[in-house]
Design a protein around this ligand. Structure first.
Ligand code: PLP
Length: 375
């Protein structure tokens, strides 16, 4: 029985990912950049992993660069713009801090910034259209929101940018933080036409500290410093090969039978939503959100409610804080969606993973009913 419902924060490492990690650490210990035979062997293994991960994400291997995770992938993109000629950057108001915290440094460097509202959790193309100007260089809109599971209309938003761009001499870089999309909704970066995307392995039972940056046109992207030239100069530093192998193993496992698994998660998610609705609590996630994330307005301040669930052995996250370090991030996101402050303060996030099971969901529902409307 699995009582861990905070998979949007992180997931446990799968056995297969751990095995792949250990095996690779033992067998391919050499630096993939070394020219001796062990180095060549490690390099081959690195490229084999890249090809398999790229295939699972449906992107060309040459467009995928390993980083320490989404935060670093995002930083690679935003820092490269920071040092280029200032223009305008447009992001949505529901971005993770890993994206939104770049606005300040960009503003300090002379960039104009705009934040798009996301009423009900969804960014509207009309709002994007209204902000696009001839000096717009970068647009960043996430694929799936980490607080509510809202799935953005990325294809439509990319098309909006592409049609505006026709009258310009330069291209606008469309970035989509896709951490909560990978493996959790049907997601095809190439078909969506995005220029860049970020991923973290630990959200899908892979190791922490490993992730990837997808770049549609790597040749058009210059990292601020290529360091040792690894990852074709997009991300210097010795590659974390064991973690990359763990990422590959976890993603392979996660994607195996992905459609049926998503159906199963949807069924579990609907059961949880029915129970929440039955008690009259407001579900804050849009109706067509990712089934892996459910946010609702609990009857108590979120810290109190999450503690009460924790006392019953159930781990969820406070939708208003999400993590201890980013207090207020969830609340900021919920308020920008038009959620009332009283509800945002009581928000609780339940997030599922492929390891979620019916017995665990039964216990969660039982606990939610037991707590009811509070003391
Ligand atoms: N973006 C989103 C939407 C996330 O949910 C997270 C993690 O919570 C991140 C970015 C940052 O990921 P990491 O901490 O793995 O770099």
């Amino acid at each position: 029985m699995n009582l861990y419902f905070d998979a949007a924060a992180t997931t446990p490492l799968s056995e297969k990912a751990l095995e792949a990690y250990i095996k690779t650490e033992r067998e391919f210990f050499a630096n993939p950049s070394s020219l001796h035979k062990e180095g060549v062997k490690a390099h081959k293994e690195l490229e084999r992993n890249r090809a398999e991960i790229a295939d699972l994400i449906s992107v060309p291997p040459a467009s995928l660069f390993f980083t320490s995770g989404a935060t670093e992938s995002i930083a690679a993109v935003f820092s490269s713009f920071l040092l280029s000629t200032p223009g305008k950057v447009i992001i949505s108001s529901i971005e993770h801090d890993a994206v939104s915290s770049w606005l300040r440094p960009l503003e300090r460097s002379g960039w104009k910034t705009a934040m798009l509202k996301a009423k009900g959790g969804i960014v509207r193309k009309e709002d994007l259209e209204a902000e696009l100007t001839s000096d717009t260089r970068l647009v960043a809109i996430m694929s799936v929101n980490n607080v509510t599971g809202a799935v953005e209309n990325i294809k439509e938003l990319v098309e909006t940018v592409r049609s505006y761009e026709k009258g310009l001499k330069h291209r606008i870089f469309f970035f989509s933080d896709s951490v909560q999309a990978l493996g959790k909704i049907p997601f095809d970066p190439v078909a969506l036409g995005i220029d860049g995307a970020s991923f973290s392995a630990h959200k899908i039972n892979g190791p922490r500290g490993i992730g990837a940056l997808y770049l549609r046109r790597p040749e058009a992207f210059t990292a601020i410093a290529p360091a040792g030239g690894q990852e074709k100069g997009k991300r210097g530093g010795t590659e974390n090969l064991p973690a990359i192998a763990g990422f590959r193993a976890a993603l392979g496992e996660w994607m195996d039978g992905a459609e049926e698994r998503r159906e199963h998660i949807k069924m579990l998610s609907n059961r949880i939503k029915d129970a929440i609705n039955g008690l009259g609590f407001h579900i804050l996630s849009p109706a067509d959100a990712s089934p892996y994330i459910i946010s609702f307005a609990s009857p108590l301040p979120s810290e109190v409610y999450t503690r009460m669930l924790s006392e019953r052995g159930i781990s969820v996250s406070s939708g208003s804080a999400c993590s201890n370090n980013t207090k207020g991030e969830g609340e900021r996101i919920l308020l920008s969606m038009g959620i009332r402050s009283s509800e945002a303060k009581n928000a609780v996030r339940i997030s599922l993973s492929n390891g979620s099971d019916s017995d665990g969901v039964d216990e969660l529902i039982k606990a939610i009913k037991e707590i009811g409307h509070g003391r």
